[in-house]
Design a binder for this molecule. Sequence first.
Ligand SMILES: NC(=O)c1ccc[n+]([C@@H]2O[C@H](COP(=O)([O-])OP(=O)(O)OC[C@H]3O[C@@H](n4cnc5c(N)ncnc54)[C@H](OP(=O)(O)O)[C@@H]3O)[C@@H](O)[C@H]2O)c1
Length: 279
Amino acid sequence: MVTVVFGAGGNVGRNVAAGLSSAGEKVRLTSRKPLPTGFPPGAEVVTADLESPETLPAVLDGAQRVFLYAKPEGIDGFVTAAESAGVQHVVLLSSGSVLHPDAAHNPIARSHIAVESALENSGLAWTFIRPGMFATNTLWWWRDSIRDESTVRVPYPDAQTAPIHEKDLAALAVTAFTRPGHRGRAYPVWGPESLSIRQQVRHIGAAVGREITLEPISVEQARVELGKTMPPIGIDAILAAWQAGTIAPPQVSTVVADVTGRPAHTFAQWAEDHANDFR
Ligand SMILES: NC(=O)c1ccc[n+]([C@@H]2O[C@H](COP(=O)([O-])OP(=O)(O)OC[C@H]3O[C@@H](n4cnc5c(N)ncnc54)[C@H](OP(=O)(O)O)[C@@H]3O)[C@@H](O)[C@H]2O)c1
């Protein structure tokens, strides 16, 4: 059985590919770049762009399963190509934002809803993974200032969030593919523990082996800082999540342990795994 892993160089896609391979499954890895870096030697790598449907039939030929990133612009073309190729099961990396009360007015939620709806209305079996905040976001926000100045600047240092390790999202996808009972299921997933930003920075400092200073800044300054690495749509989402985390602790979940049978990674473990990224 062949599984096409779209975005196999991405944070989650890379771990889905590794998890399936180590379970003895055949994988076909995609990238939009003709010569992607960082893919395992000997892997079957193909060029494909979910927003260019004409690239998809060749990639999906002979495949039964697909790990998919949400790209609403190309989803109709994807569904047509996947149905024609005889794909049986799609695991979509969606977003917990689809569950927000204001999802219909939130552009991030709307793009994921569009892809979920297209799959629900197709003849394909699907599983949706709907994560909250990724731990990898801290690389966007703080990597440079930790590397260069051993400092993190944030507007809400005591805001609580529940970051998720990308390996746990990948483990959910691998389990959904390889064990029965996950078709037609949607899994909202948050991290296993609620931690303040102060505590998260302390874990990163412990992993890196040096003290990191936390410098409170205004929301306006934070917009400028975040704007160095993030699009405006993401900045609004993260500032709103941090502000909410000052009022009430975030949701945490046990879904990783419930579905995979293994406990979710803690943020301290994530920081250990990524210590070199901050050095
Ligand atoms: N960050 C969060 O807190 C959060 C929370 C909930 C949901 N999400 C969702 O999770 C996803 C991001 O996951 P991630 O961190 O694993 O992403 P990532 O590391 O940025 O990787 C994205 C992958 O998608 C591939 N890709 C992008 N556009 C593509 C296209 N048009 N056709 C085919 N492949 C394409 C890229 O591959 P190439 O460049 O090699 O082509 C890349 O490997 C997003 O959909 C986001 O909405 C994120």
